[in-house]
Write a new protein. Structure first.
Length: 202
């Protein structure tokens, strides 16, 4: 069992602390206490640190971990020089964009890219097959990404952007928001089904 601090950065040092979970109840037969007076020693070994971002502002960072232990960092960027690995940017350099970067457990970068013109980052999740599910602000910012056969192609305030494990765009669609005031949370199960919690007007 290790005490593992993991430091990531998107233009600034963004710390994430991973702790082992201890939730086992006391065994009444043996009197065993999972929280003894002298807790087990932890190793405070630092696996890696890194900075990732551009010369402007990265904000609203969110960290997710896939089943292989790869680390996803998502958020909002204002940086015209935000790293595009191995992709090339097709968006104006002076626009606010959604960013996503993926790192192996040892810190090696897998991909890094930005999406949209004046697109807003809302939430992120890891789907089946380690797909990256991004909930983004829709409007006209998502229009150029909407894929043929998408469930909803009329611009709305919210959209889904699904990337494969290598960062390629698999699917993009607006979310029909009739009666919705705000989507506040999103999760994805092992089958790839997406669940959202939202406020409604009714």
């Amino acid at each position: 069992m290790r005490f593992l601090p993991l430091f990531l950065a998107t233009g600034f040092l963004f710390p994430m602390l991973l702790l082992p979970a201890l939730s086992q109840p006391i065994d009444p037969a043996s009197g065993s206490d999972p929280f003894p007076a002298s807790p087990p020693a932890f190793s405070n070994q630092l696996d890696y640190t890194l900075y990732h971002g551009g010369r402007q502002t990265e904000s609203r960072p969110m960290v997710r971990v896939d089943r292989m232990g790869n680390v996803l960092v998502c958020g909002q960027t204002q940086s015209p020089d935000f790293p595009q690995i191995p992709f090339e940017s097709v968006y104006p350099l002076n626009s606010s964009s959604v960013f996503v970067a993926k790192f192996r457990p040892d810190g090696e970068i897998i991909f890094s890219r930005r999406f949209g013109t004046r697109m807003q980052f809302r939430d992120a999740s890891v789907g089946a097959g380690d797909d990256v599910i991004l909930l983004v602000g829709g409007g006209t910012a998502l229009a150029t990404l909407v894929t043929p056969g998408a469930q909803w192609t009329t611009p709305t305030p919210y959209g889904l952007l699904v990337l494969d494990s290598s960062g390629g765009v698999k699917y993009a669609s607006y979310i029909r928001t009739d009666g919705l005031q705000e989507i506040v949370d999103m999760e994805t199960d092992s089958n790839g089904d997406i669940y959202m919690i939202a406020h409604t007007y009714s």
